[in-house]
Design a protein. Structure first.
Ligand code: IVH
Length: 716
């Protein structure tokens, strides 16, 4: 073990030195190019040879510059402008040229170095062992070649691999000392990362204390994993951002990175990030022999690991696993861009060793890109529930990883302008999970003279009312709240899965109801009869019955679903839950003023204003009344479970009767909130033995301090 750390220490120093002189890489390339140019002018030189050399040197220089730029955009600004697939091909082209032209491989090239130094206000954290990157393989031939290299080096017939998902998030390292979370950092350039401890602590799946049960906790363990955002959370976040007129994140990875690098952890907390652990830095003492055992050990001490990890005996099983995960990819709640294949035995890993930028014992086996190229035939406008006019590209249909895509969202006018999208352009489009396909970029070299720039109309294409883009916002909206498009979208949202979940009531049927004047708003759904529905075109009696049953069944939904279903601006599922928890009853909520609303934890002025404005409209009041009369739940049935609603607890000191996480769970179960630090918003501090600074602070702020017994009495 000491030896292992020693050899890694050497590498650490090496990377550090490389970093110091890296800045001189490009000037050196240029010097070299100038030298070759001078040579060309000399009389006795072999013109052709020097000329070839010059061209390669120039290309290498260009590629390095290009990759450095993309590294910067990707790692430091969370704003990539090319796809991973495109980045990988540039990277490979450079690697091939460097190989061809051996003299030009510099330890400073982007092919030799992992990422670049961070540039934000978060403080820097050196990694005690560099966080490496992975080599890529793109197809079966390349993964077989990897296996062959490994078998040859180990002199083995068959090698066992731990196969994992290649999660598309960002890598972090968390240091636990004596079982307690000390510091968390991003990967940064592999040598130095950024301190994100404050944000990491907001991620629910990351324990602040490891579970060593009856054993003595390890003195020090540095664990590594991927912080991710699920596809659903990403879609919800972007939707909210679009509504608020803010810039959109390009994909869940960027959203996760942007969220984790916030200065204010309150923002991170709202973004619901998740994590899977898969690797290790330094460890004071190791108690496992394989990667699989290590993951199992992680699981045992409370670190979340990915359940789809699998040990494959030999390369055939690896290839089958890759296919299986590719088939599963769409249905997973988070994004993956391939699998990671790791030699399972840690002894073997040690034997194989590492290169400057990646280990020899592991490789990524990527999936084919879910991007394609197609043409924009037209741009149309859709009007959403809140009146937002969304430009949508009508595409020449194209198959993207198994699904035919004929439309892609262009988000808003700013996005169209930023990407300079025109009707008739050839574009790269991308599908990411359940997210609506989008245009990544225009292929400018294929633009023809007749490509037509596009500007959103000044009037609503559905009702003809004025469409306004408020100062400082990205979204243009139809001002008419009775606009048929808004009404329709509102009912579609009301019936949707995450709201009232009315099975079988989709957009087409809702349009039929509206066109036949059977309904005007969502409350009318509850008065529909089987006879009324059955007389609609192409509607069987049985289907009509099913719809009526589904509508009636939806009366059982909890009030938070109903509140979310009302489609009030800025009231997403999470906010709806908080509001119902805090006020217990939608009618009570409807009476609250701005101050009373912002007093609720996590409710900001934007949400408060939106609620006040919604409920101050008499039409909305009447709608609520009709929904109530129809028998929908306005009030939480189980008020007992909301006993601690709106109350914030902090646990501190050595607790004896329950663990900190048990206490926190109890608080959450009863509708309260568990926080890790004491502030003026804290209602109670539960103090065990030797409670230190947190109890002192609570006393200073006049926060009530409870003993363990008092807490138990209070919560039963
Ligand atoms: S191991 C020793 N395992 O991929 C190799 N990385 O290209 C270090 N990643 O920076 C990484 N899932 O952000 C490893 N199961 C997994 C992974 C994984 C995603 C990311 C990670 C890393 C990048 C390397």
């Amino acid at each position: 073990m000491t030896q292992k750390i020693m050899s890694k220490k050497k590498l650490f120093d090496g990377l550090n030195n490389a970093k110091k002189i890296r800045d001189s890489l490009i000037p050196k390339d240029i010097q070299h190019i100038q030298e070759l140019r001078r040579k060309l002018l000399l009389p006795n030189e072999q013109i052709k040879k020097v000329n070839d050399e010059l061209q390669i040197a120039q290309k290498i220089h260009d590629l390095r510059k290009e990759l450095e730029k993309h590294n910067q955009l990707y790692y430091n600004q969370d704003k990539p402008i090319i796809s991973d697939f495109q980045y990988d091909s540039l990277f490979r082209e450079l690697k091939t040229l460097e190989k061809l032209y051996i003299d030009n491989i510099s330890p400073l090239s982007p092919t030799q170095n992992a990422g670049i130094a961070p540039v934000s206000e978060l403080s820097k954290v050196p990694h005690s062992i560099p966080m490496l990157s992975l080599d890529n393989s793109m197809n079966e031939e390349e993964i077989r070649a990897f296996d062959e290299r490994i078998r040859k080096a180990l002199n083995r017939e068959k090698v066992e691999y731990s196969c994992e998902l290649k999660l598309d998030g960002l890598a972090v390292e968390i240091v636990y000392e004596n079982g307690l979370l000390q510091i968390a950092s991003t990967r940064g350039d592999g040598v130095t990362g950024e301190d994100v401890t404050h944000n990491i602590k907001t991620i629910k799946s990351i324990p602040l204390r490891l579970m060593f049960d009856n054993q003595l906790p390890l003195a020090r363990i540095e664990v590594r994993g991927e912080v991710i955002m699920t596809k659903d959370n990403f879609a919800e976040l972007n939707k909210a951002r679009q509504e608020a007129g803010e810039n959109l994140f390009a994909n869940p990875r960027n959203a996760a990175a942007g969220s984790l690098r916030q200065l204010d952890p309150a923002i991170t907390a709202k973004r619901t990030l998740d994590v899977f652990f898969y690797g290790i830095g330094q460890i004071s003492e190791s108690m496992y022999k394989t990667q699989a055992e290590m993951l199992n050990f992680f699981k045992n001490i409370g670190l979340k690991t990915n359940p789809l990890t699998h040990v494959c005996k030999g390369i055939k099983e690896v290839i089958a696993y890759h296919q299986e995960m590719l088939d599963k990819r769409e249905s997973l709640p988070y994004e993956i861009d391939g699998i990671v294949v790791k030699v399972n035995s840690l002894n073997d890993q040690e034997t194989l060793g590492i290169r400057s930028r990646s280990p020899r014992w592991a490789i990524a086996y990527k999936f084919p890109a879910s991007q394609e190229i197609t043409r924009i035939n037209d741009i149309i406008v859709q009007v959403g529930r809140t009146g937002a006019l969304t430009p949508v590209a009508e595409l020449e249909p194209v198959n993207v990883s198994g699904v035919t895509v004929s439309r892609a969202t262009l988000h808003n006018q700013d996005e169209i302008d930023r990407k300079d999208i025109r009707i008739g352009d050839w574009v790269v489009i991308q599908r990411a999970g359940d997210v609506i396909p989008e245009v990544v970029k225009v292929i400018e070299s294929r633009r023809t003279a007749d490509a037509k720039p596009y500007t959103l109309p000044k009037t609503c294409p559905v009702c003809g009312s004025e469409a306004i883009r408020p100062e400082g916002e990205a979204v243009t909206r139809c001002v008419n709240i009775t606009c048929p498009a808004q009404v329709k979208e509102g009912i579609v949202h009301f019936a949707s899965k995450n709201a009232m979940n009315i099975d079988g009531l989709g957009e087409k049927i809702i349009v039929q109801f509206l066109e036949n004047k059977l309904i005007k708003d969502s409350s009318d759904l509850y008065t529909l009869t089987v006879e009324q529905i059955a007389q609609l075109e192409r509607m069987a009696e049985k289907s009509a019955e099913n719809i009526v049953n589904a509508i009636q069944e939806s009366k059982k939904r909890t009030p938070d679903k109903l509140l979310f279903g009302l489609g009030i601006r800025f009231i997403g599922e999470h906010v709806a839950r908080i509001l119902v928890k805090a006020f217990n009853n939608i009618e009570t909520l409807a009476e609250k003023n701005r101050d009373e609303l912002v007093a609720v934890h996590e409710i900001g002025p934007q949400v408060a204003d939106s609620l006040v404005s919604f409920f101050s409209n008499p039409e909305n009041h009447e709608l609520l009344q009709r929904l109530k009369n129809a028998g929908l739940n306005m009030e939480s049935a189980d008020t007992a479970t909301e006993q601690l609603a709106g109350k914030t607890f902090v646990f501190t000191g050595a607790l004896e009767q329950f663990t900190r996480s048990e206490g926190e769970k109890k608080v959450r179960d009863l509708g309260g909130r568990a926080a890790s630090s004491v502030s003026k918003n804290t209602n109670y501090v539960v103090a065990g033995k030797n409670a230190g600074s947190k109890a002192t602070k609570a006393r200073e702020l006049g926060v009530t301090i409870l003993s363990e017994e008092e807490f138990i009495n209070m919560t039963g």
